[in-house]
Design a binder for this molecule. Structure first.
Ligand SMILES: [Zn+2]
Length: 132
């Protein structure tokens, strides 16, 4: 379930609220725009100033993992080989960089903010009490 929430870019604490204002990473001017707090549980999306500098390491690791995966795919399974691999890798990275950018932020915040099932219960009981 955690992986599904990460793929959907949901808040790590309640797994209901959205981490990004626009869900489409290819709208480049909205790529890094996050709400200040989760709309469901109030978890700050940037726990401290400069929090996402550490996401660069995650981004690097994802880049290396993609390199290894593509290398095996191109060299050993598709058997294209040679310098074509660098063109294919460059093209894939060019097309996927917004996704990698967001994925690294999501992985980074999920390593520091733990899931709290009561976080979304609290907000739903708050709405019920407001209604009463
Ligand atoms: Zn939340």
């Amino acid at each position: 379930m955690m992986l599904l929430s990460m793929l959907k870019c949901k808040c790590p604490k309640c797994r209901k609220g959205h981490l990004f204002i626009n869900s489409n990473p290819y709208i480049i001017n909205m790529l890094s725009k996050m709400p200040k707090n989760c709309e469901v549980c109030g978890q700050p999306t940037e726990p401290e100033p400069g929090f996402y500098f550490g996401a660069m390491y995650v981004s690097y690791a994802l880049g290396v993992a993609m390199f290894a995966f593509l290398f095996v795919l191109v060299e050993f399974i598709l058997k294209i080989g040679g310098y074509h691999f660098m063109w294919i890798y460059s093209l894939v990275m060019l097309l996927l960089w917004p996704v990698v950018f967001r994925a690294s932020r999501v992985v980074y915040i999920y390593t520091f903010v733990k899931y709290n099932a009561a976080a979304n219960l609290r907000s739903s009981t708050a709405t019920i009490t407001k209604k009463l």
